[in-house]
Design a protein. Sequence first.
Length: 81
Amino acid sequence: MSEPTDPALRARMLRLLAAAHRKRAAELDMAAAAAEAGGAMRRLADIITAGEARDIAEHPDLAELNVQLDGFYNEPEPPRG
């Protein structure tokens, strides 16, 4: 396809092309931010889980409650024998 000879038309086409590139760049920027946020949320969940485990280990009453809840919510083991 040959380029238009009208400078106004060429400028309009280039602006449309630039707008399309800006849109795609914004989409890629958003995808990158989501990827970074996913990693940060995973690290936050790990930190929270470690803190809860530490709190339970430091407080005997919480440790006993945790054992009781595990027995209540987990499936019972089948009888052996």
